[in-house]
Write a protein that binds this ligand. Structure first.
Ligand SMILES: [Zn+2]
Length: 261
């Protein structure tokens, strides 16, 4: 008899434990969801226009931002209103700008070619803070962009995936492109300009084509030839030339080439 009571007690205790565990996970899930919703309420302007060449959480979880490949000199804008918290040269980030936003977030813009803002300066969302470059620990021109739900710290523990909070509105997506940029007047690098201006979606904000992010484009790297790129993307030199309006086979490092249609 005592044995039966013992067993009964153990069963009840186990049941309680499982119940508590179950409730616990439900609550945790609800909280996660609420946090995500709060984050999603924040929308940021795209800091530049280009091809996403690397996403958040890659490199064994050590990539705490997204990379947006674009030509050197492409405008980089502040993702929201805020104050410049840092603007300096770092060994790893290169020419880098940090902005603290009114909502408590901090954003980071790294590997810049030029910086146009200094510490303590107030800046509006969509205002230019610099240009895309290849400074610091970087291979090829791109913007490394981080969003922190709180202040930046060395462990980057507050970093979130920028794609969660970047606005889907075209006016926010192409803010950097709608700035008066050097492209139209740039004669030194006319081939690159030609390719850039012919990319689908690379028109001014408000144009109908809108798919540059996620378009099958490749940035030309040193050592690339039209032949090697055609092999990589299972296409032909002729098609690449046609899609990109090239009159001969010469390509320039940093060019963005359409590689599929
Ligand atoms: Zn990066």
């Amino acid at each position: 008899m005592v044995d039966i009571i013992k067993r009964f007690c153990i069963a009840v205790a186990l049941g309680l434990c499982i119940g508590i565990l179950f409730l616990g996970t439900q609550t945790a899930k609800a909280e996660e969801k609420r946090d995500l919703l709060e984050v999603e309420d924040q929308t940021f302007i795209w800091p530049t226009v280009g091809e996403i060449s690397d996403t958040f959480g890659t490199r064994e979880g050590k990539h705490f931002g997204i990379d947006i490949a674009a030509l050197e000199g492409t405008p980089v804008v502040s993702a929201a209103n805020g104050v410049v918290s840092k603007s300096y040269v770092s060994d790893t980030y290169g020419e880098v700008v940090f902005i603290e936003h009114d909502n408590g977030f901090e954003t980071v813009y790294a590997h810049l070619h030029d910086r146009f803002v200094s510490e303590g300066q107030a800046i509006e969302g969509g205002s230019q803070l610099g240009t895309v470059g290849n400074t610091g620990r970087s291979q090829g021109n791109h913007l490394h962009f981080e969003v922190h739900d709180g202040s930046w710290n060395i462990d980057k523990s507050e970093a979130i995936d920028p794609l969660f909070v970047l606005s889907e509105k075209d006016s926010d997506r192409y803010a950097a492109w709608s700035l008066d940029s050097a492209y139209e007047n740039d004669t030194e690098d006319s081939e690159a300009v030609y390719v850039m201006s012919n990319l689908p979606g690379m028109g001014k904000a408000g144009d109908q084509e809108r798919n540059v992010v996620g378009q099958p484009v490749k940035m030309v790297e040193s050592g690339d030839t039209l032949w090697s790129i055609s092999q990589l993307y299972d296409t032909s030199i002729e098609e690449l030339m046609e899609w990109n309006g090239l009159s001969d086979e010469s390509i320039i490092v940093g060019d963005l080439l359409i590689v599929d249609q």
